[in-house]
Design a protein around this ligand. Structure first.
Ligand code: AR6
Length: 183
């Protein structure tokens, strides 16, 4: 049976801490000790359990590298797990930022797949404090997820959770374009 990525990618506008999925993906930093933005919101809603698991991970691996991901439980969240990834800080585009952002999405889906998770919600990684241009970030996120879904076939749904209207429209356009072109 062939299932196109169009049947697996969904776009919603809202707060990722409310999502009822197997895992939500956090835009973390390499210290994994929480921060502002979506990271702060996830730790606030999920409670101490997540922080404690992050602390144990950091004790083991040192710092989480940009473009890589790790998993903790979801604490008090509706989501069963949180996948934490560190996106790149935007330095103008000449510091490998595009590949690193792509790696963040791919590695998050690899971890989801390895843990048998089927529904994954992504925040728009790097597009806040880290300053990645939103249009370029959306294109990279969308293309990487589309490609990765071919490899990680057990994943049933990838949901892009956009906090702001601008990102929401960007992702809707990407999905609409593929749907119109029958891709
Ligand atoms: N639900 C969904 N998306 C959200 C939420 C939310 N509750 N809150 C913010 N966003 P950012 P980054 C969106 O800055 O750029 C942290 O301090 C927001 O509109 O959270 O990867 C970390 O600790 C934006 O589109 O993450 C790191 O130090 C997107 O989430 C640093 O920020 C990402 O914005 C990471 O920066």
């Amino acid at each position: 049976m062939f299932i196109s990525h169009l049947d697996k990618i969904t776009i919603v506008k809202g707060d990722i801490t409310e999502e009822n999925v197997d895992a939500i993906v956090n835009a973390a930093n390499s210290g994994l000790m929480g921060g502002g933005g979506v990271d702060g919101a996830i730790h606030l809603a999920g409670g101490r359990q997540i922080l404690e698991e992050c602390r144990a991970i950091i004790k083991k691996i040192g710092r989480l590298k940009t473009g890589e991901a790790v998993i903790t439980s979801g604490g008090k969240l509706k989501a069963r797990y949180v996948i934490h990834t560190v996106g790149p800080v935007w330095h103008g585009g000449g510091s490998n930022e595009k590949s690193l952002l792509s790696n963040s999405y791919r590695d998050s889906l690899r971890i989801a797949s390895e843990n048998g998770l089927k529904t994954i919600a992504f925040s728009c990684i790097s597009t806040g404090v880290y300053g990645f241009p939103k249009e370029l970030a959306a294109q990279i996120a969308y293309d990487t997820v589309k490609e990765s879904l071919k490899e990680y076939t057990s994943i049933e749904e990838v949901r892009f959770v956009c906090f702001d209207d601008y990102n929401y429209k960007l992702y809707l356009n990407l999905l609409d374009n593929d749907a119109e072109n029958g891709i």
